[in-house]
Design a protein around this ligand. Structure first.
Ligand code: AMP
Length: 445
């Protein structure tokens, strides 16, 4: 998962990066960091914690320069330590570089072991560190060529921002798995960012998505960026970004995430209609799809469960009793609305089945007479290796049980999912998508 941002040619680069990371906090809450360059030196601040905890006025003032790269971390590769916070910085033969990465490299261990055999010393457990080692070890004279050489070795899903003291490179893998967009800043320069929701906050105008297989080069003294098509594009845009991960106000490949989610809800209502009194979303992940479901089915939409936003993420939950207490603190059913009603409850996805079971219990305890669950994506039967944090086959409920068995486990009166075909239709046919969690097509070999 993770979020990355790159800012070039802006006198307030660190602050722009800060706001962009704030807008993309949903993509990772474990650690955050920014590196800036003033043309002579790269400065980095990175730490575990949220964007607002890590960066204060003092940190932002320290981060001087007209260019910045930043990162929010959600660990899909590596461990939860400060060493695993990004940007990854190095001083090497050509000077200094700082790298941020969103995605997952599938040949991480192979490349890492081979580098270790050649004498490399690793500081972190991150696949991103491979890239910096490959760049540092290359014999090419120019950074651009060193990066290209490194990209020939790594395999997987990646969006990268690589900053030297005077240049910035933004690269998207040939499959375009993770989103990556380019914007123009109102008060000068450019921004590249995992999601377009960052542009609104910093006053940037969307220019275009970075193409799969493309490298953009921003250079000091040049007003315009250069573009090189490094690899033949083979688009496999991650469907899960639309289903769950991206923020609803972001546009990916020209399509608004909220609109696509709502369309998935409409498609679900056409495929899996239920006779019910109310459509209720799982807060907050099921809201957009539930609105679509209600619109299409004509069944009234109600926020039958509201969330208490003040339940801390660090709440200790060592026993089942405490965990149940946490759910009670967090999810508040509106009894007056639910009592005696036939409910269709909508969520975007089922991973382990934990959320579904809890929500149905809450609705039944609040007096609902029937609870039918509809899921606005197909059954997740395969782990994603390209940067979405889905667990192993063992933990994925749909990889091990039939829909009927899952229905019994979550104690729903009925349960159904969106079909893969309907998902594809909701996404549109103007490009290809990665549906790996649903169809097991691991297209990066
Ligand atoms: P589970 O409770 O394990 O079945 O997970 C399903 C719930 O987690 C749904 O409410 C989703 O909105 C949410 N979800 C789906 N995918 C992910 C993910 N990769 N990371 C965290 N939460 C997720």
């Amino acid at each position: 998962m993770c979020a990355i941002v790159g800012v070039f040619g802006n006198s307030d680069a660190s602050r722009v990066a800060y706001y962009a990371l704030f807008a993309m906090q949903h993509r990772g809450q474990e650690a955050t960091g920014i590196s800036t360059s003033d043309g002579k030196n790269i400065t980095t601040v990175k730490k575990r914690g949220l964007v607002t905890d890590v960066f204060d006025e003092q940190a932002l003032t320290k981060l001087k320069g007209h260019m910045a790269v930043g990162h929010n971390r959600y660990s899909t590769a590596g461990k939860a330590s400060t060493w695993d916070a990004q940007p990854v910085y190095a001083s090497y033969q050509l000077g200094e570089i700082s790298v941020v990465h969103n995605g997952n490299l599938i040949n991480k261990n192979e490349v890492r072991n081979s580098l270790i055999e050649q004498g490399a010393i690793f500081q972190s457990d991150m696949d991103t560190e491979n890239i910096i080692h490959l760049i540092a070890r290359s014999q090419k004279e120019r950074l651009k060529d060193r990066i290209i050489e490194a990209l020939d070795v790594i395999k997987g899903a990646y969006c990268l921002c690589i900053q030297s003291r005077t240049k910035m490179f933004a690269i998207r893998d040939r499959y375009g798995v993770r989103p990556f967009s380019l914007g123009r800043l109102e008060n000068g320069g450019y921004i590249v960012s995992s999601e377009t929701c960052a542009f609104d906050l910093v006053g940037a105008t969307f220019v275009r998505d970075i193409k799969p297989g493309e490298m953009l080069i921003f250079e000091k003294g040049c007003d315009e960026y250069k573009s090189i098509q490094l690899f033949e594009p083979d688009p496999h845009i991650c469907a899960f970004e639309y289903i769950y991960f991206a923020r609803p106000d972001s546009d990916i490949e020209g399509k608004n995430v909220y609109a696509v989610r709502k369309e998935m809800g409409r498609a679900l209502a056409r495929e899996q209609k239920v006779d019910a009194d109310l459509v209720i979303p799982v807060p907050d992940s099921g809201v957009s799809a539930a609105l679509g479901y209600a619109e299409e089915s004509g069944i009234p939409f109600e926020m039958g469960i509201v969330r208490n936003h003040y339940v801390g993420r660090t709440f200790i939950e060592p026993t089942q009793e405490r965990r149940d207490m946490k759910v009670k603190l967090k999810l508040l059913p509106i009894r007056a609305l639910l009592k005696g009603k036939k409910i269709v409850v909508i969520d975007d996805s089922i991973v382990r089945g934990t959320t579904a079971k809890r929500i149905i219990k809450i609705l039944k305890e609040a007096g609902a007479s029937e609870v039918h669950m509809r899921i606005a994506s197909p059954t997740i039967e395969h782990p994603c290796k390209y940067g979405i944090d889905t667990p192993s086959y063992k933990e994925l409920i749909s990889a091990n049980y039939s829909i009927e068995e899952i229905k019994d486990y979550v104690e729903a009166d009925s349960l159904d999912f969106l079909s893969i075909d309907a998902l594809k239709k909701s996404l549109g046919d103007d490009t290809k998508y990665s549906l790996v969690s649903f169809d097991g097509n691991y297209f990066i070999k």
